[in-house]
Design a protein around this ligand. Sequence first.
Ligand code: FAD
Ligand code: EPU
Length: 339
Amino acid sequence: MQIHHHFSLRSYNSFGIDVEARSFADFHTTEDLTELVTEQLHPGKDQLLILGGGSNMLFTKNFDGWVLHNRIKGIELLREDENHFYVKAGAGENWHGFVQYCIAHNYAGAENLSLIPGKVGASPIQNIGAYGVEIRDIFQELEAFDLFEKRGRTFQLADCDFGYRDSVFKKSAKSRYVILNVTYRLNKKPDFHTGYGAIVQELERMCVQELSIRAVSEAVMHIRSSKLPDPKQTGNAGSFFKNPVISTSQYTALSNQYPGISGYAAGEGFTKLAAGWLIEQCGWKGYRKGDAGCYPEQALVLVNYGKASGKEILDLSRSIIDSVQEKFGIQLEREVNIV
Ligand code: FAD
Ligand code: EPU
């Protein structure tokens, strides 16, 4: 196992922020990880960051500790029953690669989550979601390494406490577990989710005659590519903020004042607002200062046009939070992990 010191993380985060990790190592197996956390790191003394694809991170300074980069690979069909396939994927597998594998094998359920950057291991951390589907809809179980107890643990669906861009791994279990693999429960018979966003229009534009999981995946990919910046060209981490969930009575009051406001039902008595709309109304869409900016096609996405520092992006996010609070009385919460 190779260990690097003063290692640049620039190509390990989708914002393309140039910071250094004091120490850095890849782990390809659970044994590699165990060796690193028992023999190299000093528990309780060294800071530790588990890194997947770095597509939901904003580094604001050098990391004075260990960055361990997950490279555990492998995709395996564990079993099947009348309705489902149970497929286990190593945490270091590329997420979109896994979705494509499912489509190629006719395992249905992950197609709406096409083209989300990052790795399998991070998919349960914020319960990734897009176009009406979230990880919790296809989650069976995961295996993790407990850094406190130095042993393995299995998490079932009920243990994960999944919510909108949320899970136990962002709350009480934060920083305690390294996810090693995830088993997904995929459908034999597709249950198409085409009601969200512009999927139906895109399928029509594609002249799709017979609906298939491949067609839905392609429609989602087209829509995403048309509005989200490609991190290979413009640094970003997708939505920088969560869409705020407010009471429906507060929403009704706001929509009387701002008839154009976008809101969607989010459980009884709650409405989810489109944060992109709030940010756009505050005049930020297309804003740029130096190399830090608010993406012209999607105001919820902050971008690094080249050499912005993490601090510049963070400062921009603070100004956006303040102005949305001032205009609408709504507190935006960051989705991206700030390090
Ligand atoms: P990283 O950024 O490396 O890590 C994210 C967090 O998870 C960190 O706290 C890290 O420590 C922790 N972590 C990572 N791997 C492990 C592990 N194995 N064990 C324990 N902790 C771990 N997200 C959505 O939900 N929906 C979208 O539609 C979406 N679209 C995006 C579009 C773009 C262009 C970009 C750049 C990002 C988008 N994202 C979206 C955000 C991002 O893709 C997801 O959050 C993704 O799951 C992050 O995966 P990663 O491997 O890059 O995680
Ligand atoms: N909108 C604007 N102006 C903007 C952007 C959006 O007015 O600049 C309004 C429009 O009314 C639009 C609505 O917001 O109809 C929703 O926009 P969009 O469909 O692009 O989705 P989003 O709510 O901005 C969420 C997720 C995305 C996910 C898409 C599709 C969050 C924080 N973001 O974005 O996830 O891909 O829906 O499901 O929930 C991510 O988490 O990184 C991410 C990209």
